[in-house]
Design a protein around this ligand. Sequence first.
Ligand SMILES: *Cc1c(COP(=O)(O)O)cnc(C)c1O
Length: 345
Amino acid sequence: MSTGHLTIDLDAIAANWQALDALTGVPTAAVVKADGYGCHAPTVAARLLQAGATKFFVAVAKEGAALRHALGEGPEIYVFSGVCAGDAPLILEHALIPCLNSAEQADRFLDTGLPFAIQLDTGMNRLGMEADEWAAVRDEAIRRGPKLVMSHLACADEPGHPMNAGQLATFHEMTEGLTCPRSLAATGGILLGPDYHFDLTRPGVGLYGGDPFAGARPVVTLDLPVIQTRAVAAGETVGYGNMWRATRDSRVATVSAGYADGLIRAMGAGTVQLFAGDTPCPLIGRVSMDLITVDVTDAGTLPPALTLLNARQTVDDLAAAAGTIGYEILTSLGARYERRYEGLQ
Ligand SMILES: *Cc1c(COP(=O)(O)O)cnc(C)c1O
């Protein structure tokens, strides 16, 4: 093999969904935007449908169309960005449910009589209607019966952050007296406790094994083929910019994957390892576009591929080394990898 193999454990995704579902007494949707956080939305969603999920969220209508194709009629597919200009045909054709974010979107859609949700801004200032807009739209929207009224938390990954309680209070104020289902919590919000659960939760990253769901089962394994190994004498350097210099006579493996495959270049300066079987081997030198280099001096007989992501080194470990978050590691997983699925049914 010449490209990396990405193995996605669908049973682990289903188990993570079930574990998050068990933390609340309310239905649990599944967020599969950005191609299912890099894990392939249609495959992930089909597995979660079997596990019991019936409601899915994507970012944009185009993603919803692909998902409808995979799931068939029945499951609800919500679109966070709502109905943007030109989206109406996709929304109609694929029976998507837009989360209307503004009075303008409400004007564009409510008259169709089709199912819709409402997204409110409770302080994040990113998507959703603010209080005055909501006041103008509210009577008409309620008369037409939204499937859901939702908002999103800005700081849910920090349980002690005062923003959480503030947004909760604002959400209560803005939705007081409504009888339709309400939703506030993504992964972080589920972990904040029952006050945040309302009638539906919307976890994303926790399904894919990422923080802040500490109990998550790891989902992705990434095996990268060794293309070449060489002896590097003490004092010689490896890679662009001579960033690594051998302090002893070493053996260096060149491995097929680089920043074009989502291996964030900044992680080169971190503490990343690749595993040769059970033996951790340090990533050395700069991450280049298609290649990385690994010190395998202590590895013994080298397997044909080294493992970058597994239960010992997770997406969050890699994120920490690259100065980013697990979400970015997941959604950067490269298109060049061969994808394999465990637990396909
Ligand atoms: C991405 C997103 C989610 C899922 O968030 P996670 O932190 O991945 O669980 C839920 N709701 C909205 C509005 C989102 O944008």
